[in-house]
Design a binder for this molecule. Structure first.
Ligand SMILES: [Zn+2]
Ligand SMILES: [Zn+2]
Length: 641
């Protein structure tokens, strides 16, 4: 509540009011108390400001700084408040700034420092108030405001913190009121008074905030239609915008630069002139880089063969199903039934309470083993499926045929499983006597080697030929046969996987069993699935990208403008009907300024083609703009030098 005490004695306006009814005090949020903003001549704040009593002035300014952005703070309602407030800034513009800068060298006098604080507070209040349209309109109708603003921009140099703050408020105030100047006092608004000083501030200031605010205010001013005529092709603001454009990571600065450029280029003569600017090509490149920097890429992959391919980790097969050897098969085939089926079961199956074999598999295996023999060996007829299955419980008393419920129900023999054999044991088997040696339960190469040496020792000197599998080595003495035979002994370590073999095995179908007992019979897998991965814009770009795109489009339009001038009459042409050619006697210049500019522009666009190809915009209409630029610039042949 500050130092304010509610007056005890009501006078004047208040005296005419009936006494307020007594009731519980209502809770009013701070700064919304009625008496501060009341439109009466003896407004408490106005009186305090006018009083000249330092304590009162301090209080009023401090309170108004807080009130000024309140929507109930209407300058027009408190008669004389604007005049009272603007006095400080006006003093500062006329001589205060000068005095302050002179005394800045030494410690500033206390009065001067207080004065300057009041200046900053007053301009801050006006700036805040002007954000409310009602106040902006009110300030714009007062010619004093325009004079003050133009003087402020001209006289105050941004060479100290206080001046920078002052100028920022001045520019913000101008931004708010300039729209209404148009209607009120257009004749006072000229290039020299407002636009030129702002352009110079943007161009020459070292202060980032000043540059941003100046460019933003300028953009607003030149966007108002009559002011477009006040633009100059070599505006210092354009120079500044082009200069700061490479600071791509400074979003607020870039935004104001881009906004200014777009407003500037919205006027055809300006963009035509820019085509002649030496920095045009570099600027275009920067604009495209900005698009690339801000785009958000996602990646889509499309598989050309939409069938899923399954791969499984490659595992070494260490166990396989037991198969009947030829010898065993011949032996068992001779036995009459039902003993034959008993022997067959004992050879291939083992009891296992938790496991089961389907009845179909069981019967099929029996039939294929004995039913497919050559006729002369089919000594005994096959048993029926029912008998074979019934015989299981004779060999394996714990096993029994049963039906497992389900859809469809499964017919199984519970309690038996196919016998497995450890493949690793077979690594060290003997292949002597052309693979007919039946010893293969060796645990190491050493044991196998000892066994093979026995074979060799049994040979006679004149018959010293290697008998390992299909080996054709022959020798004249056993002494050379022994070292040769050692080449057939496998390494103690499992074979090393070739480096070209992948970690995964690609299966022919997703349901193909893996690991399979015999991988060499596995059908080949489907061809590899080619995947095409391409990037796309995953999100809409920020607004800076859209402005950039607009600027690029404006430049593009100017560079590739259709030459719509009427054809002239010459040796090959009759000219365009209706056109009276007055200057037909004159020498026709090869190229006018516009054509030259367009040529430079086209060259610049050909230069950024490669960069533009990577630009992706989510919006299809905007993407079509890029496509249009690419299409046209591809037709454009590189200019002959
Ligand atoms: Zn052997
Ligand atoms: Zn050999």
């Amino acid at each position: 509540m500050g130092t304010y005490q509610k007056p005890v004695v009501f006078t004047g306006h208040y005296a005419a009011m009936p006494p307020a009814p007594q009731g519980p005090p209502r809770q009013i949020p701070d700064d919304y108390e009625k008496w501060y903003t009341e439109p009466i001549p003896n407004n408490r704040m106005l009186l305090s400001i006018r009083s000249g009593i330092p304590k009162e002035v301090n209080w009023a300014l401090e309170r108004m700084c807080r009130l000024s952005h309140n929507d109930q703070f209407v300058l027009r309602n408190i008669l004389g408040l604007t005049d009272a407030l603007i006095e400080w800034p006006e003093w500062y513009v006329e001589k205060g700034a000068e005095e302050c800068s002179q005394s800045n060298l030494f410690s500033m006098s206390k009065t001067l420092a207080t004065q300057r604080r009041h200046v900053l507070e007053a301009i801050f209040i006006l700036r805040n108030a002007s954000l409310n349209d009602v106040n902006a309109q009110f300030l714009a109708t007062d010619r004093r405001t325009l004079h003050f603003l133009s003087k402020a921009l001209k006289n105050v140099k941004a060479d100290s913190d206080a001046n920078t703050e002052f100028l920022l408020h001045v520019m913000d105030l101008l931004h708010s009121v300039v729209t209404y100047f148009q209607q009120a006092s257009n004749e006072y608004l000229s290039t020299e008074t407002l636009i030129r000083p702002l352009e110079e501030l943007a161009e020459s200031s070292n202060d980032r905030t000043i540059i941003i605010t100046a460019l933003r205010t300028l953009t607003h001013i030149i966007s108002l239609p009559p002011n477009a005529l006040r633009l100059t092709p070599n505006s210092p603001a354009l120079v500044a915008s082009v200069r700061y454009l490479p600071l791509l990571s400074d979003a607020p600065l870039i935004t104001s630069c881009l906004d200014y450029m777009y407003a500037h280029f919205s006027h055809p003569p300006m963009v035509k002139a820019f085509l002649h600017n030496p920095s045009m090509s570099g600027t275009l490149k920067l604009l495209v880089s900005l698009l690339l920097r801000e785009q958000q890429d996602g990646f889509t992959s499309v598989s050309l063969i939409p069938e899923s391919i399954k791969s499984a980790p490659a595992v070494a097969i260490t166990r396989r199903l037991v198969e009947l050897s030829e010898e065993d098969l011949n032996r068992i085939s001779m036995i009459p039934e039902p003993e034959r089926s008993y022997e067959w079961m004992k050879a291939l199956f083992a009891a296992s309470d938790a496991e089961e074999v389907t009845q179909v598999d069981f019967w099929t295996l029996y039939r294929e083993t004995f039913g497919m023999r050559p006729d002369e060996q089919q000594l005994h007829p096959l048993l029926s499926a029912g008998d074979v299955i019934k015989n299981v419980s004779h060999v394996f008393p714990t096993a029994q045929a049963m039906v497992l419920p389900g859809t469809p129900p499964r017919f199984v023999i519970k309690g038996i499983t196919r016998k497995m054999v450890d493949v690793t044991e077979e690594r060290f088997r003997c292949y002597w006597t052309r693979s007919t040696c039946q010893s293969y339960h060796f645990q190491s190469p050493k044991e196998l080697w000892a066994h093979v040496v026995e074979h060799i020792n049994n040979l006679s000197e004149e018959n010293a030929a290697c008998q390992w599998a299909s080996c054709q080595f022959s020798s004249t003495n056993l002494a050379t046969l022994i070292p040769h035979s050692s080449t057939h002994i496998p390494s103690p370590h499992p074979p090393v996987k070739p480096s070209s073999q992948l970690e995964n095995v690609t299966l022919p179908t997703t349901s193909f069993p893996h690991p399979s007992p015999n991988p060499t019979t596995r059908p080949p897998p489907p061809p590899p699935n080619p995947e095409v991965v391409y990037p796309f814009a995953s999100a809409d770009p920020p607004s800076t990208s859209l402005t950039t795109l607009l600027i690029i489009r404006v430049l593009f339009r100017a560079s590739f403008a259709a030459t719509d001038s009427a054809p002239r009459a010459d040796e090959d042409h009759f000219g365009f009907p209706g056109i009276v050619e007055e200057d037909s006697d004159e020498e026709i210049p090869d190229e006018d300024e516009d054509t030259k500019g367009q040529r430079t522009g086209r060259k610049a666009f050909t230069g950024v083609r490669k960069l533009l190809e990577d630009v992706r915009v989510k919006d299809t209409a905007l993407m079509a703009w890029i496509g249009e630029i690419l299409d046209v610039s591809i037709e454009e042949k590189p200019a002959n030098v």
